[in-house]
Design a protein around this ligand. Structure first.
Ligand SMILES: Cc1cc2nc3c(=O)[nH]c(=O)nc-3n(C[C@H](O)[C@H](O)[C@H](O)COP(=O)(O)OP(=O)(O)OC[C@H]3O[C@@H](n4cnc5c(N)ncnc54)[C@H](O)[C@@H]3O)c2cc1C
Length: 202
């Protein structure tokens, strides 16, 4: 007899939830009150085929005092902090962008820029970026092309804010790949893990 798909979904969710809990515990130590929470997933559902809303345990695993306090973490971020974090993300992505990207990777990176121009949490910046994309379409044919394009786009923003332009020939010296063991951060990862035939030339 085939399994109830909802039950399979719930079991999968519980497994993921348990692994997140283990990961969090490794990161921040034991939960505040181990006796009440140590064996519970972050969210747990009854595995019966019928989902009863009252069986959903929404009690959070972490107590407020367990939350790592990093300054005033509830304070809104500034436009500058958001900008720096976003440029760090984008330039790191560019540093890892392959010399010979697949068609999908080129499509993804263009979509990512388009989505940023629509959803970036600073509206003024998003509108500005949209205009930059309109006049400077994303070039993502290779690592060199994309990292130079991004450097140029960043410089357009820099200039509009009255800042000096960054020298783009130094972009590879400024932005490196994410420090990561055993190439685990490569966009394609270690292909041996998935076996032959997982990847094909597009
Ligand atoms: C898509 C986007 C659009 C934005 N639009 C606006 C806007 O319209 N108005 C606004 O006020 N703010 C905007 N910002 C924020 C702004 O760009 C800065 O992030 C913010 O002002 C903080 O500047 P910063 O001088 O600390 O360094 P950032 O400009 O954030 O740069 C971070 C670091 O990147 C390096 N860097 C600088 N220029 C380049 C470059 N060209 N190429 C590679 N590396 C470089 C430098 O080492 C620098 O310290 C935008 C941010 C983003 C991500």
């Amino acid at each position: 007899m085939s399994e109830n798909p909802l039950q399979v979904l719930i079991q999968t969710f519980e497994k993921v939830s348990n692994s997140v809990q283990t990961h969090l515990t490794n990161l921040i130590g034991q939960p505040h009150n181990p006796s009440s929470t140590s064996n519970k997933p972050l969210l747990s559902f009854s595995s019966s085929s019928k989902v009863n809303p009252s069986s959903i345990d929404l009690a959070p695993l972490l107590q407020p005092e367990d939350i790592i306090k990093k300054g005033n973490s509830a304070a809104p971020v500034t436009k500058e902090e958001l900008g720096m974090a976003t440029w760090t993300f984008l330039h790191t992505l560019a540093a890892q962008y392959p010399d010979n990207p697949t068609r999908q990777q080129k499509k993804d990176v263009k979509e990512l820029m388009a989505i940023l121009s629509r959803m970036y949490p600073c509206k003024e910046c998003a509108d500005h970026f949209k205009e930059i994309l309109r006049t400077n379409p994303v070039q993502a044919g290779s690592h060199a092309e994309f990292s130079q394009w991004l450097c140029h786009a960043h410089n357009v923003v820099n200039r509009s804010l009255g800042k000096l332009a960054f020298q783009c020939e130094r972009v590879d010296a400024r932005w490196g790949k994410l420090e990561c063991e055993q190439r685990a951060c490569d966009l394609l990862g270690d292909t041996t893990e998935f076996g032959e035939g997982t990847y094909k030339k597009l």
